[in-house]
Design a protein. Sequence first.
Length: 564
Amino acid sequence: MGSLILRIRTWWETADRTQRLVTAVGGTFLIVLLVLTFYFASRPKFEILFGGLSPADQGMVVSELQKLGIANQYDARGTVLVPSSQVAEARAGLAVAGKMPNSGHGGYAELDKIGMMNTPKVEQERIKAGIEQELSASVEQVTGVSAARVHITLGDDSPFMRERKPPTASIFVTPTADGALGVDQARAISRLVANAVPKLTTQNVAVISSDGRTLWDGQEDQGSGGRAERKVQAEIAESKRREQEIQNKLDVAFGRGNTVVSVDLAMDFNPKSIQKVEVTPSEGPINKELNTEEMSGGANGAGGNPFRAATDPGAPAAGSGSDGDQNYTSKQVSERYDRNVTQTSIEESAGELKSMAINVLVNKTKVTDDAPVTSFLNGYLGPKLGDPSFSVNVTSLEFDTTAQKAIETAAAATAGKDRSRQIISLLPVLALIIVGFLVVRAIGKAARPDVLVTALPDGRVLPMGAGGAYGPGGQVALRGAQGAQAGTHGLAPGGAQALAPGSDPAMHFDEEPEVEGFDPVTGQPIRSIRSKVNVPLEQIKKLAKERPSTVAMLLKSWMLEERR
């Protein structure tokens, strides 16, 4: 470890100003980025522990949470938040310490406060408070709601009609920072509260935001104005839906931007009830009577009919017996049937489509024949095609593409700006990568084993291989950058000389000796004996005079290596 620190220190002292600046700035930026990443990654997700607390209860809860060592956040609306993983721990700690707040969303815990000596009125108020707090906690789970308070008036169920009052509810909500709280959420909140309170309807529910806006008013919604607004909104929504449906199919068939669809429609929201009564006889009679009448003439004796004899002078006298006996028989059958009465009540749903007009603009430069468009729209109407309230209109004309081209140009410019911003945002990361690479490379160079080199008299550097402080033959070798500096600073005396194979590269002979005389026998010149010079040693001596700190660092490094 000490050798690595020494090498890093040696690299720092021998590095130039640019390398030091880049390393310092890059290392600092890398450390700051790592610290920020760790900080934001380690932040817990907070969840509401209590909402709508009074200042006293909020201070009590926050103080106790700090004693328990639980991180917390609170605001001016009486909301206390703790990490989601510690909600149960926080509630348990507050309960053990007896610091549970009296305000806030205690829920059905209010029922525990009902005693034997409480009056029915107090019990009713306790129950109502518990319902309000439970509903407040439920409303806070709706997307876009940060905090909520629910106020309920149970009304008066008096036996006298004039004194009866229906229950009402007022809901005070605080939107979140993004403000994603609209009419749909308010309608859902009103239904949630209305279904949780007996005899409460959405007509008697009001939802008010913290900025003073009335998000839902049941009285207004159930009135004529509310019905008219719902009708208009429903027609607009249905028109948009049909436009999108037709436009998507035309885009697939003729290409995007070649057709423009517009749908105008009207809907009937008036309730309709049809009553139908049908009377039919029963299959069989329920009562049947048979009357039979018989008359016989033998009761008058032998003479025949005395009434005829009295009224008709020419008739035979009574008792003459010339007509004989006369009998009369009559039968009558009487039948009575029951009636089957069938009553049918038909309730038609609101929102029936009364009329619809489909208008389509076709770009004639792209779509030369608009007959397929007309055929498709006629098929879309189906059985309503012959109805005069339902119509199709296809207009073929040349589209003005100036605005479209301007939009495309603006989109291209915006895309270019977005790409530029993305590139600019990536520049710090790229710079960080480059700086990190340079730092790693520099540290790697400092941590790599030094290469033994020897500086030749001509300034060249000869690698000697990794070993100790001495090369083969006992020559002294300079290391790494110091060896190169020794060769490049002209520390080697003499000119360039070639080393013979097998010779000692650490030793160097001096220049050609002078001629001292001639041999009298052979006539050859007699030269003086050359002396050997240890070139690395001479270089080290000269380097020690010019840069003593560097030589001291080298010697210390070599001594540490010898110890290992």
